[in-house]
Design a protein around this ligand. Structure first.
Ligand SMILES: CSC[C@H]1O[C@H](OP(=O)(O)O)[C@H](O)[C@@H]1O
Length: 396
């Protein structure tokens, strides 16, 4: 990894774990201030997730898991049972932080099983310390697995999209993405933005007959502005040619530029049939992609796939404080110039304005051209309108 890449990576490290110390990059302050917040307990972790200091489906799960790892590393349990009961109680509490991303609930289920197994399989030698150690090891493995999965998603997705561009005779293609699905939303590299990162990193090595990524467009992603603040920050850090657009401009953009071969987005929860919950605005992007004859590609690790949910009908959609819409948070421009980072809240709408603020929407599988996971790229059977992801993942 060259110095520039190393510098970019260090600036984009959303989660810092050095057993037993956890700190997270406070994403409410990006891109104008880069500050880490220490997370010592599951309560700290819960707050960091609810407040969106940390966000992104994979990152939420990992910060939750490691916040409890930090907490129990500081505790002495009287028995293995007491340790297991404490872990289960705190995981149930962490699961109340945000309802839509399935990664959190997947991690909670797996980590409860680890604690139970440590209690049962190690008995009668099991101790509070041995149960706690089993938990911490498992939480650390989730951090490492996420980076591995994202790099695999990046490779599969880059190869697939470059191939699709070449099929269309577009040697220098562009992509459109939404929200933030990069290193700041995960343990590293990212999912949809991880594919973009892999395309960019591989561009230098790609053979001249191959298709290369020429430019990335991305939406601002109101009201938290994951695009304008976080994706812009990541793409600029990595010198990936990019252009920010308003969420309302994406249809005009697709109509204007036929070399945008695909829309690529992340996911918070993919149902067994391929219906996908993702950041609000994703569904209308899928409709726009369909109308303009472009691929609409979902990139997600298998930890974002909920095989227990037959379709997207049952996905809980988080509704957040309407004031996230009626107000705007930012830094005073003058402060940016002279280094005084003063955060300001502006009233954008009338004080009495009502606002509806769903944080996610559900895109039907029918509009999803492909689902890229660490296990490969899944496409629907000819004529099918849904996926059989259990079969794709070899789970049935
Ligand atoms: C790989 S991140 C997946 C997903 O999470 C984001 O939501 P949020 O920023 O509210 O946590 C967004 O929906 C991304 O696509």
């Amino acid at each position: 990894m060259d110095h520039h890449q190393a510098t970019a990576d260090s600036k984009l490290q959303a989660i810092r774990w050095d057993r037993p110390r956890l700190s997270i990059l406070n994403q409410l302050l990006l891109p104008h201030a880069s500050e880490y917040v220490d997370i010592r307990t599951s309560a700290d972790g819960h707050h960091a997730i609810v407040s969106m200091q940390t966000r992104g489906a994979p990152a939420i799960a990992i910060v939750a898991a490691l916040s409890l790892a930090a907490e129990i590393s500081q505790q002495d349990f009287e028995s293995a049972q007491q340790a297991r009961d404490f872990i289960v109680d705190r995981l149930d509490y962490l699961a109340t932080s945000r309802p839509t991303a399935v990664n959190l609930f997947d991690a909670v289920t797996k980590l409860k099983a680890v604690a139970a197994s440590a209690l049962e399989c190690q008995s009668p030698a099991a101790t509070g310390a041995s149960v706690a150690l089993a938990y911490v090891d498992a939480a650390e493995q989730m951090l490492a697995a996420d980076v591995h999965d994202n790099r695999a998603i990046g490779g599969h997705g880059a190869q697939y999209i470059a191939g699709r561009a070449l099929e269309q005779g577009i040697g220098a293609f562009k992509l459109l993405t939404h929200c933030n699905t990069g290193a700041l939303a995960t343990a590293g590299h990212g999912t949809a933005l991880g594919i973009i990162r892999s395309l960019h990193q591989g561009a230098a090595a790609r053979d001249p007959s191959g298709a290369v990524l020429d430019h990335v467009y991305f939406g601002e992603t109101r009201p938290y502005n994951q695009g304008a603040r976080l994706t812009a920050y990541e793409l600029l850090c990595e010198d990936i040619p990019s252009t920010l657009v308003c969420d309302s401009a994406v249809s005009a953009l697709l109509r204007r530029d036929p070399t945008i071969v695909a829309v690529v987005v992340g996911a918070d929860r993919v149902a067994a049939n391929g219906d996908t919950a993702n950041k609000i605005g994703t569904y209308q992007l899928a409709i726009a992609a369909k109308y303009h004859g472009r691929d609409f590609i979902v990139a997600a690790p298998s930890t974002s796939i909920d095989l227990g949910l037959a379709s997207g009908e049952g996905i809980a959609i988080e509704e957040r404080d309407p004031r996230e819409i009626t107000r705007a948070e930012g830094f005073v421009l003058g402060g940016l110039e002279d280094g005084r980072m003063e955060r300001e809240t502006l009233c954008v709408a009338p004080r009495d304005a009502r606002a509806w603020n769903p944080s996610f929407d559900v895109t039907p599988a029918e509009l999803v051209s492909a689902i890229v996971t660490e296990k490969g790229v899944f496409v629907k059977n000819p004529g099918a309108t849904t996926y059989d992801l259990a079969k794709c993942l070899g789970e049935n």
